[in-house]
Structure formats: C-alpha cells, structure tokens
Design a protein around this ligand. Sequence first.
Ligand code: MOS
Length: 734
Amino acid sequence: MKDLNQQNITIPEGRVEARDKVTGKGKYAAEYAVDKMCYAVLVGSTVPSGKIKNIDLSKAKQVKSVLGFVSHLEKPAVPGFATEALMKESRFGLPVFHTDTIYFKGQPVVLVMAETLEDATYAASLVEVQYEKTKFNVDFDSTYAQIPLHEAGKERGNLESWQDAPHVVEAEYEIKTEVHHPMEMHATIAAWTGTDHLKLYDKTQGVNNVQQVIAPLFNLKKEQVEVMSEFVGGGFGSGLRVWPHVLATVMAAKQVGRPVKLMLTRPQMFIGTGYRPASWQKIKLGADDQGKFMGIHHQARNETSLYERFSDQITRITRLIYDFEHLKTEDALVPLNINAATWMRGPGDCTGDFAVECAIDELSYKLNMDPVAIRAKNIAVTHHPDSKLPWSSNYLVDCMNLGAQRIGWKKRNPQPNSMQDGDWHIGYGMSVGMWNAGRNKTSAAIKMKKDGSLIIQTAMTDIGTGTGTGMKNIAHEITGIPKNKITIELGHSNLPPAPSQGGSTGMSSVSGAVVEAVRLLKEKLLAYAAKQDQRFKGVQEDVLVLSETGLSLKNDTTATIPLDTLWKQNNLDELVVEATSGPGEERKKYAFCSSAAHFCQVRVNVKTGKVMVTKMVCVADGGKIVNEKAAANQMSGAAVGGIGMALMEERLLDTRIGGAIADDLAGYHFPVNADAPIIDVSFIGKADPNINPTGAKGLGEVGIIGTAAAIANAIYNATGKRLRSLPITPDKIL
Ligand code: MOS
C-alpha cells in the first residue's frame, strides 16, 4: 500500500464484508446449520477407467448412524437425466450416478449419508466397489502429438508470405495442469421442502447459474430453486460451473428426505472442481529488420476429459494484442482419463500469452531491440485486430512505459547472465497481457429507508474481489449518501438477477445496474417532491442532490425538502426501485479491452536452482478504478498466482495408476508470503467512455495474464537459459 500513498491516493475503507469474514460472522456455504441436517461423504472410483461391476454396501450399512446411499443402482429420479438425449441437452457434464462407466480415478460412484460426518466418513471407507478395468491414459505429454490440429479462428493474411522473414523464432512451450484451490473448499447444503422447493447453500460464483442448471433437472421453475452464496472464500473460476457434487447433494437430500451437507475434502478438490488444463504450444514468429512483426503461427493443444470437451481457447490472445498482418491459429483437445477442466484465472489467455510473450522476448534479443520498444512498435493501439472496431480505450503502451519507469528498466543490463551477486544471478523481464473487457446484463435494487439509508441488492456474488465495496463506492459517489448509511446485500437468488462473477465482468456489469437504479430512485423522489414543491418539477435526475436528511437542487440552494416531510406527506415507509442494465449499441461501434504490463526482477541461485521473484511491478488499465484498495488487492493476488504458475504449481498424476498424487496442499506447491515480494501495483485510472455508465472495465484476469512470461524472461536475462516449460522448478534451472 506504500506505493498507493506515493500516488497521493487516499486509502479507502476496508471491504464491506471484511469484518464479517475475519470474525466468523459471515457464513460460508458449509457453515450453515440447517434443522435435521445430515452429512454426506463421496466415495470415488479407485480405477481410472472401466465399468462398475458390483457395489457392496453390507459393511458400510453396519455403521450405526448411516441413513442411506446414492449410486447408479439406488437413487431418486432426476427427470432431466431420464434419457441420453435429455442428459446431453442438460450440458451438465459428468452424468453423476447415472452411468456405470468410469471416466477417471476419483469419479463419484457412491454417496454415503449419516447423522454425523464421522460416521459418514467411516462408512464411506467401508464401501466396496468392484470394477471391470479397461485401458486408460492420463499422460498428456506422450499423447498430444497424436491429435491433429484444427483451425481456431479465421486465418489473417497467409502463412507462406512471411516464411523467409529475416528474423524468426520458432519454439514449443508446455504448461502443467494447475488447480484453483480457493481457501474455502467447495460445499453444498441441499434442503427440499416437499417436492417443489429446493434451497441450496452453495459455494459458487453465480447463484443464478446454479438455479438455471439445477431447476430443469428436477422439472422445476428456477424460482423454485433458491440458492445462497453470500460469502465466498475465493473462486478463481472453480465456482463458474455446477459440479457433480452439487447434484449429488440434491439427490441425497431427496433420497433421505432430509437436508444434506456435503463438503469436498482437499484431495477431492484436485479432481472435482476443474483445473487449468495442461497444454502444449508452438509459436513461429517472424519480424523484419526494424522489429515489425511480419506474422505469427500459433498452435496449441489442451488436455480434457473423455465425457466433456473443454477448449481453453489458448490462441485467442494472439488475435488480440498485436497487429499481425499474417496470423494463423490452430488448436486441438487431448481427451484423457481425467476429470473435466474449466476456466481458471485469465483462462486460455494466460496460457497463450506465456508462449507469445516469451517468443517476443526471444525475438527482441535476436534483433538486439528493447523488449518494451519491440512491443510498442507492434501493439494494435487503435483497433481490435480481428473485428477492426476501434478500441473504446486502450492504454497498454502507457502501462508499459509506467511499468518500465517503476522497476528501473533502463538501469538493467540486458545482456544475459551479466548481473551477479555471488551464486545469485539477477535478471529483469517483462511482458504484457490483455483481456476482452465484457459486460453482462445485470439487475440491482435499491431500498431507501426513512432515515435516508440505502440497501443495495443484487444476486451477484462477491468472491473476494470487492464487488460489494465497489457498489457502495459508486452509490455513495452518485447519491451523496454517506457510506455508513449504505448496506450491500449479495449472493442470493431471491435478489435481482445477475450473471456469475467471472471473466472480469463483475464490476463492469453491476456498476451499470447500480447507476440505473440510483437514477430510478431519484426519478421517484423527484415525482414525490414535485407534489410538494413546484421547483422540483421537470428537473433532471442529476440536478437532484440527496443527503441523509433531505432533497435539494444543485442550481437552487433554497429548494430543500426534508426527508421526514417527504415520507409523511406521501405516507411512505420506504422507496424501492429495481433496474436492469447491460451492453448495447456501443458494442457494435467499439471494441473493449483491459490490459496490463508486468515487470519483474528475479534472483536465481545457480547452485541450487532456486528462483526468487524479488520485485514485481504491475501497471493495469481497467478503466475507472472504483475502489483503489480492492483493485490493487486483485492485481497483487493475481500476480502471486502468476508466480505460482511460473515457478511452482503442478497437479501431479501418476501415469501408472492414473490418478492424482501429492493431492494436498503439502504436495501442491503455490506461493506463500515468503515467495512473493510486495507487488507494486499502479493503474492508468482513466474511465472508459463507452463501456458502461461508470467507465470501469474490469481487472481480475489481466493481473495474471503475462506474469509467468515476465518471470521466464527475467530468468533468461539472469542465466541465459530460455526455459519454456512451466512450472520452472529448480531442476530445470540447473
Ligand atoms: Mo474467473 S476464471 O474469471 O473466475
């Protein structure tokens, strides 16, 4: 936060949910106590491929408080899975408990319900399942080359025209599987009232999404499925899907006729809630003598499951940042005996960007050009290279220039292996990232109480990003009502509908709804005020000044109406407005992006292979920054995630047994405080004029897109070793 002070930005108050989160008052999904609730524990397949031959529950049934089981042999009806066609239509993914086929090791095969978690856990350990084993494959590295590539997006120009470019980099890149691992593990409590109302306490990034997925499976209207996710302990994309355990819990509650709680264990989080798929990429990049890019050929493959094909769209980023006249992008999916992959922070772009930004760094060395200068020469600053629409705003070059200044880029020695401190070799690297800045239709309601306080509501969840805090800041800014009189309510499907929080669209989407709701509130207040005082008649909403005590007019300070009078005269208790706001015509006229530049300094120990990231600078353009502190937190968190991606994170599968090993947080390494420097975050901070009424473009993804490349490039500068396979563990350095 020191650096924020240097920029003369006042440090704002903490998050609206902070106190509740750290004092235990805020409840996460698994923490609710529901009357008559029992516990469920999943039993996973012990083989990675085959058929279930027999399930023996006899021993499990002897555990004293066992209440029942769910499996493909005994289960309540799920109408939405009644036929193969319906199952496909549901797009649910794994047909949990509706098949005897085993697609991956750990696949849920039985769910055990008991009065206590201990009994359910013990009984689960006594379930005996026999399988007919079949051949399996979990080995991405030895399989991908067999899968043919397909065009991913339209070719620009043509590949042949630049094949004799004077400067060419051609290289392959690999990234291992990464798992989201939010601190809060996924959990669901399902409670049926009769057959027509279901209440779910669920860890999710989108309560309306859960509603929309679960309701049709039970022939219910979405209003009949109530979903709560008021506090969320991180998501990173793992909460954007409705996973098998959620449906399993709903089925269990039906089966035993009681509310059921299921919380995944940490090992189950390795195989139950998605991951960033392992990938292979190849880049061929050509440039002329002046460093102008002539063309790029980007090929990529990612692993996926056998029951669901997930494309991470790795080559998308190549079509976004630079003005390649000639571009060819191809990709392919590599199906394996593993669970389904999903979006993980900066999905796709994060992976693709690593390859492209490393290749550009390599090219800059071939040309003896500054990595910042070669990028500045080639960034598509005026328009989106595919759609050719003008950018509504794009400050990526400014991000680079400010970042270079903040890290002292000019003072470094670009010569590889030239800066040393004993066994520690020092290096600097940089890269850039970009993200399509989206916006989705979102609703928000405002309740104004007699004391002038506001309650602002939306179904959107806040997964730790500061959505609630941002909403409060916006409402305060445009109403003038003090922040301590504004309350935010989030994460409940009974509140005005909202999209899932993901893809850096949360603030961009909900801020428009808050602005529109405030306008409606003012419109309503003006209508009442005009009945009392003619001067309020025909007045525009933005001329109305609100305070906690009354209404007044900007251009006529003598016109005031105390709130008391307004409520009394009109016999009101509260005022309620609800507004919906979403993207419109502006999307046909402009392209929208958020972007960031990442710079870092590393120290590499050439004897032990240890890499320390000692400085990290992120400069982002996310349009208007609604809450500096929450925004900077997002960027720091993402950068630390990027350090994990670059140096540590890797889901290990044993190719002989076909399953995860080291599947806990001791075996899966990610950065702790000692592994990350204080991240130096700055923002361009200029509102986008078209994206939405606030000009906020969204930030979550760009904090990580580019971090890994910056680190790999710094390691090259430190050691002269070009490492193209993530994570860069000490063995690769030596
Ligand atoms: Mo994210 S992958 O936008 O939750």
